[in-house]
Write a protein of this length. Structure first.
Length: 333
């Protein structure tokens, strides 16, 4: 259920970002969503990481490369081929060099989250296996990552991945003090929202490398990075505990929502291209903030969620296409 909420926030945030000509960093709802939605995804990924430690290193690389890296290549090559066919159809010539150049550029720029998640798995696995104790492993991995923290946003994402590992490790303690931690995480998250700014997003204020300490803006950027980490952690913990509390205390059947949450990776992959396609033909003119933020974009996100889910289920009907474009295993009958 939490995973479904997280992917809906991604779709809503992207709708707010791409469906208007206005600067989304000044949109209060967009700023709120971007303060926690990708950290929440990474915390959830870290929470389920423990099963990966049962694999050999080679098996882990093969599995995660299939799940996270293969779809990047498959979708990028497919889209570039379709784009080239369209240009040829319109009477334009496509040089092989131009095709390869565009292909490599798109491979480099697309699906940054999947690349970041892949390396989070690899780094966490290596350091936990080499260093006994998750805390020391976390420190070692972050220290290594600090050399080039903005490669695939690893400096931003890796701490949240370890937060997920620690949430799983101390889950019984957290569960015992669920209400207290729910209240405290909400309080921290709410207070920090008062000081959160759109230009604090990782896209605009990068994390300084450890050797970059002589730069005048180092202290400011590091302060923003710490602020981002605290607000992202507080928001992630709050929503995880909130949905945990709702599922435990509200007498409703949430099985369907939990099942739909299993499709989040596929939905994320599909929405990356679907949203770009839609923004070429659909965007909203300047509207009142209430209508845009709380009516049109939430509905757009819900429609996108339904379409992406349908596309994912359609792709899954063929095991080979599902393998290439969604990273699903080839099932042997």
């Amino acid at each position: 259920m939490t995973k479904l909420f997280a992917i809906y926030c991604v779709l809503w945030g992207h709708s707010l970002q791409y469906m208007s000509v206005d600067d989304f960093t000044n949109n209060n709802v967009a700023k709120f969503i971007y303060s926690f939605h990708m950290p929440l995804f990474m915390v959830l990924s870290g929470y389920f990481f423990s099963s990966s430690l049962k694999l050999t290193f080679v098996s882990l690389i093969v599995k995660k490369a299939r799940q996270l890296v293969l779809p990047i290549f498959s979708w990028t090559i497919f889209i570039e081929i379709m784009y080239s066919i369209g240009k040829v159809y319109n009477g334009k010539n496509i040089a092989i060099i131009e095709f390869l150049k565009n292909l490599f550029l798109n491979l480099d720029s697309s699906f940054w989250f999947l690349k970041s998640l892949f390396f989070c798995y690899i780094l966490a696995y290596i350091f936990i296996k080499l260093i006994k104790g998750e805390w020391l492993a976390c420190f070692g991995a972050l220290l290594l990552c600090s050399l080039h923290p903005n490669v695939f946003q690893l400096g931003f994402m890796l701490p949240f991945f370890f937060i997920g590992i620690f949430v799983k490790k101390y889950f019984q303690v957290i569960e015992k003090h669920n209400k207290l931690m729910l209240f405290c995480s909400f309080l921290v998250f709410a207070i920090m929202q008062l000081f959160w700014k759109g230009n604090y997003m990782i896209y605009f204020c990068k994390i300084p490398a450890i050797y970059d300490f002589k730069v005048v803006s180092y202290s400011h950027r590091m302060g923003v990075a710490v602020f981002r980490f605290i607000i992202g952690t507080a928001g992630s913990v709050f929503f995880i505990l909130l949905f945990r509390y709702v599922c435990s205390n509200v007498k409703m059947n949430f099985n369907l929502l939990s099942i739909l949450g299993q499709y989040t990776l596929g939905i994320y992959i599909v929405q990356c291209y679907l949203l770009v396609l839609l923004t070429d033909y659909l965007f909203f003119p300047p509207l009142s903030p209430i209508l845009y933020n709380f009516v049109l974009t939430p509905i757009t996100a819900l429609i996108l969620l339904s379409i992406c889910l349908s596309v994912v289920k359609f792709i899954q009907r063929n095991k080979y296409i599902s393998f290439l474009f969604l990273g699903n295993p080839l099932k042997v009958k």
